[in-house]
Design a protein around this ligand. Structure first.
Ligand SMILES: Cc1cc2nc3c(=O)[nH]c(=O)nc-3n(C[C@H](O)[C@H](O)[C@H](O)COP(=O)(O)OP(=O)(O)OC[C@H]3O[C@@H](n4cnc5c(N)ncnc54)[C@H](O)[C@@H]3O)c2cc1C
Length: 418
């Protein structure tokens, strides 16, 4: 089997947003890239399908045609809470567009994988990676074994990128456990046929009511533009109800209280309620070890403030690729390692302080009384809410920003990155 093992410069395991972005930038730089995906496109991924301006910037950078049919734009965030409804437009910034998008992951992930292939990556679908191949002498990963068409196959490369999502079997096999001191979310979602499908705001519900009973957690309604909306809710492990909640029942109870003309009822559901975990705040580290880099959910990169993970998956994929390209051009092993260790350092520089504040924030709002106080007293204040939107969605200008940008940038700079 070893004789027939396919060799490449880099193996990327998983073709979600993290893996496809990594493969795209690696291939663009001329490297021989193997992108291994266990599923076959189009495949579903449990998600809210919401893309903030931060994520839109990444899509534009990859040359995705966001003017093509199928993309639905949004102008900002509509928040329900404390008995009020507030609409906050995305901020006007030099660094980011002033609109977000929604696209079902069945489409989005296939589009991103196709971009990687067009750039020159070889995508092998239906290829379920089983384990790392370790060179015992070097104590490094030098490839992976996989199941493909019922057979066991080997792929070899000097560098492997774990982009295999929250479950990241590859990182586990390399001995990387998740950190228990990081927030974790669980969320469920369902699609409904609805007249609200072309909503031009992302909608966030800070309070979920079942009659006059307040349910734990937060909800969203994102119009997908294809006749359906993605309706879901989630809970953080900082909440006292995290362990013993029936999420599916909670979604039904919450949507039962909504206006009937929205059609968020059983008869208009287009599929089952499905749920998954959200690993946040760098919950798996180190992000580089022994020939393997972690990108996206594999490295626990979801923003604790707002549950956004697609952007951070793409940003980390882009950064990992840039660093790999530089590292592989170095003549000695020691120089290559030095270059590769920049990856976790730069990631922390870019997001570590912000994620630390995010962790404090979710600890705070895990207390329902604090959350209720903030909702009731914060939402009616437009200036405060504009600041909060910038903070929650990580949207500031690094230079020449306004006072809110300067405060947020200063806070994230002084917060320790861990
Ligand atoms: C309910 C819910 C709602 C969410 N809503 C939003 C939202 O609205 N906006 C947002 O930005 N983020 C949202 N997120 C987070 C977002 O879904 C993730 O952060 C994002 O998918 C991470 O991308 P990724 O590429 O790292 O991982 P994934 O998207 O999970 O991709 C991993 C890929 O690896 C493949 N794979 C796994 N194991 C193997 C293996 N052994 N061999 C080969 N391939 C393998 C999988 O099939 C998959 O294609 C939500 C998450 C949940 C659970």
């Amino acid at each position: 089997m070893t004789d027939s093992a396919r060799e490449a410069d880099v193996i990327v395991v998983g073709a979600g947003p993290a893996g496809s972005t990594t493969a795209y930038y690696l291939a663009q730089a001329g490297l021989d890239v193997l992108l291994l995906e266990k599923a076959t496109f189009p495949r579903d991924k449990i998600c809210g399908d919401g893309l903030t301006p931060r994520a839109v910037r990444q899509l534009i950078a990859m040359g995705i045609d966001i003017d093509a049919p199928g993309w639905i734009r949004n102008k900002g965030l509509r928040i329900y809470g404390g008995g009020v409804k507030v609409e906050l437009p995305w901020p006007e910034l030099a660094s980011f567009p002033d609109f977000g998008l929604v696209r079902a992951r069945t489409d989005l992930d296939e589009i991103l994988a196709e971009r990687a292939v067009t750039a020159g990556a070889e995508l092998l679908q239906g290829t379920n990676v089983q384990a790392p191949i370790i060179d015992e002498r070097l104590d490094r990963i030098v490839g992976v074994t996989a199941k493909r068409d019922g057979a066991e196959v080997e792929y070899r490369a000097p560098l492997v990128v774990a982009a295999d999502g929250n479950s990241t079997r590859l990182s586990l096999a390399m001995g990387l456990r998740k950190r228990e001191d990081r927030p974790m979310g669980v969320a469920v979602r369902r699609y409904y046929t609805t007249p609200r499908h072309d909503d031009d705001f992302l909608e966030s519900w800070l309070e979920l009511w079942d009659g006059d009973r307040l349910l734990p957690g937060y909800g969203w309604v994102f119009g997908v533009g294809n006749g359906t909306s993605n309706v879901g809710l989630g809970l953080l492990n900082t909440s006292g109800s995290f362990q013993n909640t029936d999420y599916r029942a909670m979604l039904r109870r919450w949507t039962a209280g909504m206006p009937p003309e929205w059609q968020f009822t059983e008869e208009f559901a287009t599929g089952p309620i499905r749920g998954a975990a959200l690993p946040m705040g760098f919950n798996r580290q180190p992000h580089y070890t022994r020939g393997m880099l972690l990108v996206g959910d594999a490295g626990g990169m979801i923003n604790p403030f707002n549950g956004e993970g697609i952007d951070y998956a793409m940003e980390s994929g882009h950064l990992a690729a840039d660093i790999i390209v530089q590292a592989l051009a170095r003549p000695t092993a020691a120089q290559r390692e030095r270059a590769l260790y920049q990856y976790p350092r730069i990631l922390k520089e870019e997001h570590g302080g912000y994620f630390t504040i995010g962790r404090l924030f979710v600890q705070m709002i895990g207390n329902p009384r604090i959350m209720s106080f903030l909702t009731r007293h914060g939402l009616p204040h437009p200036t405060l809410m504009r600041f909060t939107l910038k903070l929650l969605a990580n949207l500031t200008d690094p230079r020449d920003g306004d006072a809110a940008d300067r405060v947020i940038n200063a806070m994230t700079k002084v917060a320790p990155a861990a």
